[in-house]
Design a protein around this ligand. Structure first.
Ligand code: NAP
Length: 690
């Protein structure tokens, strides 16, 4: 029997002893043994910190992002192998797609996030603040990677996605990790990690894998480590209380089980398209991955007068679900991940039956295609009905982690908001409604208790990503029972692995430290006009102070005619009583345009390829005829701009072959009193010399 290997301290190592036997969920045959006996967990952590950490810390966000992209592209070449193993976990092709390609998609999404970061090993977080009267003292925040290890303890249901969605985030942040998948499906995670390590794309030590018990790993965590847990609330709470976690204030991000709900809006009648949308969504949520999804719909709320129609419609829809061997193309729902999981789900249904009755499905029998129902971990979808949802607590407390859901009645939107909260915090809730007043009432009433809310109706049904799909760019995690975590969410997710430090000093010092020009810092003489410099030659702080330009009433009239903007404030004959202005005022965009006229240099071609846009533009003081405007123009920040990768040369667009970067410039407009009348951050695309 194949013994799964652990990838630790730079080697593939099997644990001692026999270990835990893992089974094919469809046939019941043994597939592998898993053991971590004899592993030195303290040493594994130290290896991550001492070998993996420094390798990643030396890389910039852009290098780490490109590394994730390379990894995603590499893994895409091994899909067949992963799918083959995934079938053994009971997953259908569609289930495996979510797990495998969804996981790889997550790597791509996090790779693209690099564009939101500088090409540095750290970044600035949020705005800078002037803290002094004379502009010599300021504050900002920086984010640096923590120096520990991210430990991911994962649930059994998504052995690939569960790993990739987490490691993508800590690797982009610059932290190494140790992955401990749930043992029962760890053979699939092991197969993926084998490919990741073989690719040599990640720096050594940045990913270690433990297949089996986590031993005493958590006893050795330090204050720089981060633990993320996905699994049942009971295990999560037990681990959260580990003395080393409490003593060292180790961040513990928990994604636990949750009693997610879906609500049929009061406006939805059987003749509306939303009726069918609701039925389909419920069926999908109950049967995809055989209901073993943390986001699965466990509670279905329906207006009391539609209960019978709706449970019958759901039952009829569930009856269409073909169950059996996931390798058979006709099969829509595979098995649970193992027989242990099946008996656990049955146990939970028994508890739910204290206050509910089964209206569809059976605990004892299931019809399967191309498989032996006694050997595999198959079960029928089970729809329960609870007619008194305020009286019975089970439906709001007991999670059956399988194709199981309970339908319940409600009378008003206020009532269903209260019912949704009886789950004490969930990952996601959906309301199906075409009525925007109902949607708003539900969203604002329920949001405090749910991590994500999907408002589903005919307008978005075709393209919506679904109740059950967490997205890398949106928060995944929920309050209370759901664990109180946020494991994804674009920049938010990455920041879990970064230390935020307030930084105070003079603008010039902070510019030197952060490599981002801070307003009021000393500028540098660029030697020549900065537009004549290539990307590599430009220095942060390169500054030009332009000559002055007088603003006349005729200029303003001509700009009004040219642009067609005849807003009353720009017309000299306006009676200005009761307005914000004393007299005819220049258009802000006119001042921005003359600013460009003042700072743009040369009629000849130069390394500036194009004007890329404006990030911020503020007009802070009116400019009247007679004012004299000059501009302070400073190189603020430089960002890399990767060459577009195309599959065929004919897809190349004009300029795609030019090596270039994006430069941000701080533009300050001054009047004749030396007061600032406006500020802008503009962007140019600048060619690289080499
Ligand atoms: P579980 O039994 O709580 O196990 C979760 C993880 O904890 C597994 O990797 C398990 O490893 C590990 N673990 C257990 N005891 C441990 C210990 N003493 N020290 C270190 N690690 C330990 O949950 P599960 O059965 O795998 O997953 C099903 C549950 O997860 C469901 O309740 C579901 O709702 C929840 N879930 C939540 C999310 C979410 O994002 N919120 C996602 C998926 C699943 P072993 O396998 O080796 O025991």
């Amino acid at each position: 029997m194949y013994k799964l290997e652990n990838y630790i301290t730079g080697k593939w190592i099997s644990g001692n002893g026999e270990g835990q036997l893992l089974f094919n969920a469809v046939t019941g045959e043994p597939v592998a043994l898993a053991t971590t006996k004899g592993l030195d967990f303290k040493n594994i952590l130290e290896y991550g910190r001492n070998i993996g950490g420094p390798g990643l810390h030396r890389m910039t966000f852009h290098q780490r992002g490109n590394m994730l992209k390379a990894l995603a592209l590499y893994l895409r070449n091994h899909l067949d192998k992963f799918y083959k193993i995934s079938y053994q976990t009971g997953a259908t092709k569609a289930d495996s797609w979510v797990d495998i390609e969804g996981g790889i998609g997550n790597l791509f999404a996090n790779a693209s996030l690099r564009r939101k970061f500088p090409d540095e090993i750290f970044c600035i977080d949020g705005d800078s603040h002037n803290l002094s009267k004379n502009n010599t003292f300021m504050g900002t925040h920086i984010l640096v990677p923590k120096e520990g290890v991210a430990i991911h303890i994962n649930a059994f249901n998504f052995p690939v996605w569960g790993m990739l969605e987490k490691i993508a985030v800590n690797l982009l942040a610059g932290m190494p990790c140790i992955v401990k998948p749930a043992t029962v499906t760890s053979y699939l995670t092991e197969a993926v990690v084998k490919e990741i390590i073989a690719s040599k794309i990640l720096p050594e030590g940045s990913l270690q894998l433990i297949c089996g018990s986590a031993g005493d790993l958590l006893n050795y965590v330090t204050s720089q480590d981060v633990v993320t847990f996905t699994g049942s609330a009971s295990t999560g709470l037990m681990l959260k209380k580990t003395p080393a976690i409490l003593d060292n204030n180790v961040p513990f991000n928990m994604e636990a089980d949750s009693l997610n709900c879906i609500v049929l809006g009061e406006d939805v009648t059987p003749d509306k398209p939303e009726w069918e949308i609701f039925v389909k969504e419920v069926r999908k949520e109950m049967t995809l991955k055989a209901g073993q999804r943390c986001t699965g719909v466990r509670r279905i709320f329906v207006p009391a007068n539609r209960m019978e129609d709706m449970w019958k419609a759901i039952a009829a829809s569930l009856a269409q679900t073909t169950i059996g061997n996931p390798l058979n193309e006709k099969v829509r729902m595979g098995s649970l991940a193992g027989r242990g999981q099946k008996s656990e789900v049955r146990g939970q249904i028994e508890k739910l039956l204290a206050s509910s009755q089964i209206v569809y499905g059976s605990l004892d029998s299931v019809q399967v295609i191309d498989a032996d129902a006694d050997k595999g971990a198959f079960m029928s979808p089970v729809l329960l009905m609870n007619e008194k949802p305020f009286e019975a607590k089970e439906a709001h407390e007991v999670e059956a982690f399988g194709p199981v859901s309970t339908i319940m009645p409600y009378k008003t939107t206020e009532e269903v908001i209260a019912l949704s909260k009886l789950g004490k915090g969930s990952l996601v809730t959906t309301i199906v409604t075409a009525d925007h007043v109902t949607a708003k009432q539900y969203v604002l009433g329920a949001a405090s208790h749910h991590g994500r809310i999907l408002v589903l109706n005919n307008e978005c049904a075709k393209e919506n990503t679904g109740h059950g799909s967490p997205l890398p760019l949106l928060v995944h995690g929920g309050p209370g029972r759901a664990g109180g975590g946020e494991e994804m969410g674009g920049l938010r997710g990455v920041k879990h692995y970064l230390q935020r430090t307030a930084l105070q000093g003079s603008p010039t010092t902070i510019t030197a430290i952060t490599n981002v020009y801070q307003q009021n810092a000393n500028g540098k003489d660029p030697g020549k006009h900065p537009f004549k410099k290539y990307f590599e030659e430009l220095e942060i702080g390169d500054q030009v102070i332009t000559e002055k330009r007088a603003i006349t009433s005729e200029d303003i009239d001509r700009f009004a005619d040219l642009s067609g903007d005849h807003f009353y404030a720009h017309i000299k004959t306006t009676d200005f009583t009761g307005t914000m202005f004393e007299q005819q005022v220049a258009h802000g965009y006119f001042i921005m345009s003359i600013a460009a006229g003042l700072f743009v240099d040369s009629y000849e071609k130069n390394p500036v390829l194009l004007n890329y846009g404006i990030d911020e533009l503020r007009f802070t003081k009116p400019v009247y005829p007679g004012a004299e405007i000059h501009i302070r123009f400073t190189c603020k920040e430089k960002l890399p701009n990767d060459k577009r990768v195309v599959e065929k040369p004919e897809d190349l667009k004009r300029g795609d072959d030019i090596d270039k970067g994006i430069v941000k410039w701080l533009v300050e407009f001054f009047d004749e009193t030396n007061e600032i009348t406006g500020v802008a951050i503009i962007l140019t695309m600048v060619a690289r010399k080499g």
